[in-house]
Design a binder for this molecule. Structure first.
Ligand code: ACM
Ligand code: ZN
Length: 505
């Protein structure tokens, strides 16, 4: 059983011998490094954080950022002040991380004043549970990993070509048919070789509601993604009438981008989308709902009389280098946006939603580099930066791939992640629209929880500093490596698997 790092456990009685060397907390080793650490004169305070006698806390309006906090340590005790409960949570996290692997013992906290707040309000990690399915217990571990790195959003990718992963009571075939595939590609995408056997699964609504609560207790919001109108083969296998050709379709056994997508000329498809998103928002209370939008080929729409009739009826014409089919996708996104806005929700979409007319209130998730994000910020849209040049944690993390598990390709080292500046080249008005940073974990080549941990740790530590530290703080990778090594001791303590490539450039 893994132990939550930050949830206070039962008090541990610990006999410290008179001459025993007392473990000492080191604030300079905390990831993400706090904004200001001022060591003060005087002796510090000895405490076991599992039995926190002498540790007091309160929320105060003197700390304007709800996620900000101040810690004051002196001989009398430790005071944690937070801008809200979330700020208090991050204050506790800093103390535990300063104690590191000794966090369950009595530790000496040096006298200090620590003042801290995050740079970005959106600090995310994504998880694809479609290409490979992960037990709900691992999703909880993943949420714990986010919390350990002061992250506050789990972008949960729960539908794709290869499997529909959440329970729909309204459309039961999404689970009976869409959650299972009969074969899975062997080796690289497109190899033409398959492993045969039923593979898949889905989370029940009850499990998901419990997960939402679990995340909320750690100040994490789960943003679910239903990826549409492409990446929909699992749904099409269940309801072939929603595709342009009528099928038959198969829950996809391979990785890649596929021509069969939702038929947007069919009114039933739009009703299906409203039904699905309507059901989704009853499970997930997040303000933001991710509507996907990436990698949607136009081939079927070009040849489909219904889709062409929709283009005519809605007066969708080529403009600004966008085709009528581009405009058809943006029409669909705008319809779904209207539906979700009426329920008090906002949409996020991958940067392909910039092709055509961007849905007016959409937040753009920039994945094909930072260009889409820069363009969207320039025209006043909010942006989450998640470029595949810095933030794709399914890529290799070392150029020397011998001995590494098979990966989708590319190379993004820890140092590369650490070097990312999400607002470089933007003016102040544009920079305001960069709401946060996220890394993505696509799981075509990741079959097990241990492998997923290996791919994200310790790159997640580097990402957390990009998300948390002030823009004007100088980068110092050597100092970060010392903090990352300290973090690895915590990973060991928690039984988390991680890569050891800190010296790769
Ligand atoms: C993506 O990587 N297709 C968003
Ligand atoms: Zn069609």
């Amino acid at each position: 059983m893994r132990k939550n790092f930050y949830i206070l456990g039962a008090a541990a009685m610990l006999a410290v011998g008179a001459h025993a060397q007392q473990a000492k907390a080191d604030y300079e080793l905390v990831v993400p490094l706090p904004a200001s650490i001022e060591l003060t004169d005087g002796v510090g305070f000895l405490v076991n954080l599992n039995d926190p006698v002498g540790v007091t806390e309160h929320v105060t309006s003197a700390i304007p950022n709800p996620e900000g906090y101040r810690i004051t340590v002196d001989a009398d005790g430790i005071l944690i002040e937070g801008g809200s409960e979330a700020g208090l949570f991050y204050g506790h996290q800093t103390l535990r991380k300063a104690a590191g692997a000794n966090a369950d013992q009595t530790v000496e906290f040096p006298a200090a004043v620590i003042t801290d707040e995050p740079r970005f309000g959106y600090r995310g990690m994504h998880l694809d549970v479609c290409r490979h399915f992960f037990p709900i217990e691992f999703v909880k571990t993943y949420i714990d990993m986010l919390a350990l790195h002061n992250m506050n959003v789990l972008h949960f990718h729960i539908t794709d070509d290869q499997g529909w992963r959440w329970e729909s009571k309204k459309y039961p075939l999404l689970n009976e048919v869409g959650s299972w595939r009969d074969r899975t590609v062997k080796g690289r995408a497109g190899s033409g070789q398959y492993e045969y056997g039923r593979y898949g699964g889905y989370y029940t609504q009850e499990e998901l509601r419990d997960l939402v609560q679990y995340a909320a207790e750690r100040h994490i919001t789960i943003i679910p993604e239903v990826d549409m109108p492409g990446h929909m083969l699992a749904a099409l296998a269940a309801y072939p009438e929603l595709g342009c050709t009528g099928g038959p379709y198969e829950v996809c056994p391979d990785w890649g981008v596929f021509e069969d997508v939702l038929c947007l000329g069919n009114d039933e498809t739009m009703d299906f989308l409203y039904g699905v998103f309507g059901e989704l928002i009853e499970i997930f209370p997040s303000t933001y709902i991710h509507v996907g939008g990436d990698e949607c080929p136009r081939d079927r729409w070009k040849a489909c009389p219904k889709c062409q009739a929709r283009i005519q009826a809605e007066g969708l014409t080529a403009s600004d280098g966008h085709t009528p089919e581009d405009m058809l996708q943006s029409w669909c996104t705008a319809q779904v946006e209207k539906f979700l806005n009426a329920q008090g929700r906002q949409i996020i979409g991958w940067d392909e939603i910039l092709n055509g007319e961007v849905a007016p209130g959409a937040t753009v998730m920039s994945w094909r580099g930072t260009e889409g994000g820069i363009k969207a910020a320039g025209v006043g849209h909010d942006v989450i930066m998640t470029p595949n040049s810095y933030c794709y944690f399914d890529y290799y993390q070392t150029a020397d791939t011998e001995g590494e598990p098979l990966s989708i390709g590319g190379c993004i080292t820890v140092e590369k992640v650490y070097s990312f500046d999400p607002t470089v080249g933007l003016n102040a008005d544009e920079a305001k629209h960069i709401r946060g940073v996220q890394a993505n974990l696509w799981t075509e080549y990741i079959h097990t929880p241990e492998h997923a941990e290996y791919m994200v740790l310790p790159r997640m530590a580097a990402l957390s500093e990009v998300q948390w530290q002030a823009a004007d703080r100088p980068k110092d990778y050597d100092a970060f490596k010392r903090r990352a090594a300290h973090m690895m001791q915590i990973y060991d303590k928690l039984g988390l698997n991680y890569a050891k490539h800190l010296n790769q450039h």
